[in-house]
Design a binder for this molecule. Structure first.
Ligand code: BEZ
Length: 258
């Protein structure tokens, strides 16, 4: 189902009427440039590659992305548009979890293709409706330059725009480490809100892997058994961690606490 159809069926009328599906190819020079960027010139955003740097206007002032990250981890996450229902719940939830991310040395930064005035007004709505106090910056990517660089678009966005002629961004999450490397990505469609606990969980897994040299199994949360990676012998693992449970020569567990 297209996003426009989704909105028409599921969204309140006031929201649905802001979406104008178009039936002919959208051929503005901006879009042609953007499409060219998306297909031909776009950087490969592979895990382990450097997150592209950019300058941006945010609700907390102008930033140079890499300088803003500094020596911390960062989570860059996009949402489709301001004043939309699922996004409002997501941003409220991330705002409430900020303390947990702070404790882990992780900075949060949101992004959508709306301008700063819209973001500022919407933050008031988020705080009012979600009982939150949103304290991280949101990037105003009104021309979707950053969104295209990070491929925060989906196939239907090129023919689906709001009443200001702006196409949506998707729900992307980029987890970036202090070396500015992309370590993990997630992509969700507009219809499906993310899970803040999962975003926190993957940060815990990445940081645990980096500091302890272990990997984490399905559904792992801190405190659960971790996995001794194949590159480490059982003997070396026992020296390092103490007890190692060998289920198969290639499947070995240990516990490193929380
Ligand atoms: C939302 O609920 O957040 C949403 C709905 C439709 C389009 C974009 C976002």
């Amino acid at each position: 189902m297209t996003m426009a159809a989704l909105l028409t069926r599921a969204a309140p009328r006031s929201l649905a009427t802001t979406i104008r599906p178009i039936t002919r190819p959208y051929t503005s020079s901006f879009l042609r440039r953007s499409l060219a960027t998306a297909t031909d010139e776009q950087p490969h955003l592979r895990l382990g590659s450097i997150a592209p740097n950019f300058q941006a206007k945010t609700t907390q002032g102008d930033i140079d992305f890499h300088k803003w990250i500094g020596d911390k981890w960062a989570i860059l996450f996009s949402h489709p548009a301001d004043f939309t229902p699922v996004c409002t719940t997501e941003l409220g939830a991330f705002a409430k979890m900020k303390g947990e991310f702070d404790k882990r040395g992780v900075k949060l930064i949101g992004l959508s293709a709306n301008d700063l005035t819209s973001h500022s007004k919407w933050i008031q709505d988020i705080n009012e409706t979600q009982n939150s106090d949103l304290q991280f910056p949101i990037i105003a990517d009104a021309d979707r330059k950053i969104a295209f660089t990070y491929d925060m678009v989906d196939a239907q966005d090129v023919t689906n725009k709001d009443d200001k002629g702006i196409a949506f961004t998707i729900r992307s999450v980029f987890v970036i480490d202090p070396n500015k490397k992309i370590r993990l990505t997630m992509m969700y469609p507009a219809s499906t809100g993310r899970n803040t606990a999962e975003v926190l969980r993957v940060v815990d897994s990445l940081r645990t892997g980096d500091t302890k040299g272990v990997t984490t199994p399905i559904d792992w949360i801190p405190g659960d058994d971790v996995i001794v990676p194949p590159s480490v012998t059982t003997e070396a693992a026992r020296k390092k961690f103490g007890d190692v449970r060998e289920v198969k020569p290639y499947l070995r567990y240990t516990n490193i606490g929380k």
